[in-house]
Design a protein. Structure first.
Length: 171
């Protein structure tokens, strides 16, 4: 409801949104970022130690050894995300919350040389599509559906379908 209200306020109910209007959907973008936090498209990434080191002051790691970072675990670390990291809360991406958190704890598109080159386009496009869906339709999920994750090159929900009904005109 909050995302839909933002779409109605920023875009209105008629006409096509302009490119620059998409970036004004700040709450819709928070919804997308929180979705990516819980289910990142890139499930993990690896790092090679450049020198002998100790990870977190506990785990010795020799030069040349590899560590695998599971993004879904990183994105659920209570030290970074609070006491209830499994809960969906788009306000985790409010500007003040983002500034208070280390940048390395949110990597939904991978990182480094293997990071998704199309990240900015994908986020702009996803914001546009979600905004248009919220503007035009009411979305209804099957209440009996339980998340099953299909792992391919990326992670995606398996068997998730939505029923869309045309949104009633604004009064």
């Amino acid at each position: 409801a909050r995302a839909r209200a933002e779409v109605d306020e920023v875009w209105g109910t008629e006409g096509e949104p302009a490119y620059e209007q998409v970036a004004k959907l700040r709450y819709v973008r928070r919804v997308l970022d929180e979705s990516l936090r819980l289910w990142p498209t890139a499930p993990g990434f690896a790092r090679e130690a450049r020198e002998d080191t100790v990870l977190g002051g506990v785990h010795p790691m020799r030069r040349g050894a590899w560590a695998l970072v599971l993004a879904a675990m990183l994105h659920r670390d209570p030290a970074a995300w609070g006491e209830r990291p499994e809960e969906f809360d788009p306000d985790r991406f409010a500007p003040s919350a983002v500034r208070a958190r280390p940048a390395h704890v949110f990597k939904p598109f991978g990182t480094g040389a293997r990071a998704c080159i199309g990240r900015q386009f994908a986020l702009h496009e996803a914001t546009l599509v979600l905004g248009l869906l919220l503007r035009r339709y009411d979305l209804h999920a099957d209440p009996a559906y339980r998340l099953r994750v299909a792992e391919r090159l990326t992670l995606m929900p398996d068997g998730l379908t939505l029923r869309l009904t045309r949104r009633a005109p604004a009064a």
